[in-house]
Design a protein around this ligand. Sequence first.
Ligand code: GLY
Length: 454
Amino acid sequence: MTGGFKMKVLVVGKGGREHALAWKLAQSPRVTRVFCAPGNPGTRGFANNVPIEPDDIRALVDFAKGEGIGLTVVGPEDSLDKGLVDAFQKAGLKVFGPTKQAAQLESSKVFAKTVMRYADVPTPEFKVCDHPDQARAWIQTRDYPLVVKANGLAAGKGVIVCATGEEALKAVERIMVREEFGRAAGRQIVLEKRLIGPELSILALVSGRTIITLDPCQDHKAVFDDDKGPNTGGMGAYCPAPLGTNKIMSQVETDVLVPTVHAMKRKRMPFLGVLYVGLIVTNQGPRVLEYNCRFGDPETQPLLMRLKTDLLDLLEAAVDNRLDEFEGKIEWDPRPAVCVVLASQGYPGPVEKGFVIHGLKEAAKLPDVQVFHAGTHYDGRDVVTWGGRVLAVTAMGDDILDARKKAYDAVNLIQFRGMQFRKDIGLKALNPLPLAALPPVTPAPATPAPAPEP
Ligand code: GLY
């Protein structure tokens, strides 16, 4: 499995996830040099940052060809949706990630729901609407809370969780009429029944028929403690999440991953890359809220802290269609990892940037701690804030409380103006919500006949 050729690798993206991917790849004895396009001040310390944006597909292809890159790993969903993988494959370059067509599982909520229905994947009841009047009429016939989802990519902001029908009507107005998330993203929407329960992120490596499920993670999407406030890209995560019991993992594999991967194959859109399933766990089993087609952020940070297997060997095997060599062989550090995101004031809304970040060197000296950069910038003298999510402070410990302590000890050494973070990351691991306490899921209507293939 190991011992292949040495090579240069390229990581596309500039967030905390890409810092973690580059950091892990740099540990492979087979990697001679890591390039990040464009990377961030955190990757600058050990990799070569290249000033190419993740959506400049032509420049990325030219760079990879010119530099003789052996494997490219794509971080952001936008690059996948812009056809980065297709362009690299066409140029004969090895790249880890799905094609534009396969990445519709994430880039189109309507496509995703159609696949789920076709493959009989358990998901909350939903309705696809392509006109606001149709959406309003459906909302008025529902007696339960809804989630309103813009069809297209909207930087994680196009999903609006509503408590009342009135809120759902407002969400339709924002997405379809005012087109707040862009014209294309708002052309169609998915209205989905809102279920109550803890959420779980399951990431799987997929290549051909092989599906390797990675250890379960739990994200913290709401901006404030106790899951209060609007949803964000993710304010922290931990791994492994005890909510992902063997029973749940096996249900997800059998009822979600296998049928999805087979459905994509039957549609002649075979999936290669990370299939990340966002689930809600109900007392009738897991239900799929969404698919993502790439590593999660911030799930990747604690996940890769714990991964002992050589990441280059693993991703290259997936691209070479021999991922099966790793079945049952992925090695993990048994210790849990906790990641706390430090964000700018105002996030997930607009933020001010350019504030000096203090304490990075001190935090980096702590054992079992990695400070992954996200929205940061080096101004020639200091590292300053440069976005909503600024840093992902990640630590491993003997147990979840120890990992939390180490992560928050590091957080306490870091300061910048307006710094905000959640103080409860990882606490759910101590008390994964007892499923008996959850409200029952209304029995699903009789399974509809499989929809025709889209
Ligand atoms: N953690 C949420 C995401 O990566 O989309």
